[in-house]
Design a binder for this molecule. Structure first.
Ligand code: ADP
Ligand code: MG
Length: 352
């Protein structure tokens, strides 16, 4: 009689890496790759307290909800503004990543969180993952995860400088031996760029445009250096004087002017991080350059501008929007070499 055999899969859930970004949440499942890539948005029914929608479905509702439905981006400022909603989001992601099957042994889950997250918040994230069925939970900061995803030598005694331009926060760090030697987090990031564009259009054209329109404009024609071929785009909004709809043509020159103060501010923050970096590590940075990831890395001309202003080589990580989740995915394979990078002291949590 043939021996009954259990495949490993029937007992163990596949391990999961999660990038809990301020704008986008991505999930990597070991052996399958990136299976979820959705906005970090949750909509709630205020009357019943229930979650109505998560991710893409919820983002569509932003700005369009009836009074009792509230759409929230629980991590939008790099801190967890709403624990319960973050827990719901995490539970949804973990369950969805497992395809609704619950196995005997829950998954190992590696979670990247924004740098501003406090110990209390990171513990809440860990607890939420455990409640959602995780067997082991490892929490790490997103710039570190992104550096791992970009295959940078973060565990070695060399200075590695990274710039993670997300939606709500930009994180700048010089990493060495598994830790951040000098770092800063700024709220000048993708959301701020969108606001800059909306403010510019309001003051220059007396036109009110929505956040979504501003973001689409940034992505379609945004550039931080002059272009050989000018870009332009028709943008619709509400005329501030008449209250009626009106259309204008925006060009890359307008967007550049709108973003200039934010770029100056980012440059200042980078300089501060550089000033706080010990000389030995700085010499590594000068030699190896800075690696940029996060959606902001895709802004036209950004690497060129930074290289010119800072006098160091600037590289964009391959597929910058997925660097962080790919880093968490690498860590799920074997967390042991990364012991230094976890935020939770009890990083090995095998309670069940
Ligand atoms: P987070 O990690 O904070 O969730 P992401 O790394 O996912 O953020 O980046 C989201 C930000 O990147 C958004 O502000 C989005 O507008 C911006 N973004 C995405 N694609 C582009 C692009 N091609 N050009 C400029 N900005 C972009
Ligand atoms: Mg991010």
């Amino acid at each position: 009689m043939a021996k009954k055999r259990f495949s490993r899969n029937s007992l163990f859930s596949s391990d999961i890496g999660i990038d809990l970004g301020t704008a986008n949440t991505l999930v990597y499942v070991r052996g399958r790759g990136i299976v979820i890539d959705e906005p970090s948005v949750v909509t709630l029914n205020e009357k019943t307290g229930q979650v109505v929608a998560v991710g893409k479905e919820a983002k569509v509702m932003l700005g369009k909800t009836p009074p009792h439905i509230r759409a929230v981006r629980p991590l939008s400022h790099g801190v967890i503004s709403d624990f319960e909603v973050t827990e719901e989001l995490l539970a949804y992601l973990i369950n969805k990543a497992q395809g609704g099957h619950s196995r005997l042994l829950g998954p190992r889950v590696v979670i990247g969180v924004p740098t501003g997250v406090t110990n209390v918040e990171s513990r809440a994230v860990r607890d939420a993952a455990l409640t959602a069925g995780a067997r082991e939970v490892y929490i790490m900061e997103e710039p570190m995860a992104g550096a791992i995803g970009a295959k940078l030598p973060v565990n070695e005694p060399v200075g590695t400088m990274v710039l993670d331009i997300g939606g709500g926060t930009t994180d700048i760090a010089v990493l060495s031996l598994g830790g951040a030697v000098s770092s800063k987090s700024s709220h000048v990031a993708g959301d701020r760029f969108n606001e800059n564009i909306a403010d510019f259009v309001r003051s220059e054209f007396q036109l009110a445009i929505g956040e979504k329109t501003a973001e689409e404009t940034k992505i379609a024609i945004g550039s931080v250096i002059p272009l050989d071929e000018p870009l332009e785009r028709a943008v619709r909004g509400r005329d501030l004087a008449t209250g009626l709809p009106r259309e204008i043509i925006l060009t890359d020159v307008h967007v550049r002017e709108a973003l200039a103060p934010s770029l100056d501010s980012l440059m200042e923050t980078m300089k501060e991080v550089i000033e706080n970096t010990p000389p030995e590590l700085l010499s590594d940075v000068l030699e190896r350059g800075v690696t940029v990831f996060g959606g902001g890395a895709l802004l036209r001309g950004l690497p060129e501008l930074l290289a010119k202003m800072l006098g160091v080589p600037v590289h964009v990580a391959p597929d910058p929007l997925t660097a962080v989740v790919r880093g968490t995915g690498i860590v799920t394979e074997d967390p042991r070499p990364w012991a230094e990078v976890f935020m939770n002291e009890d990083a090995i949590v095998s309670e069940r």
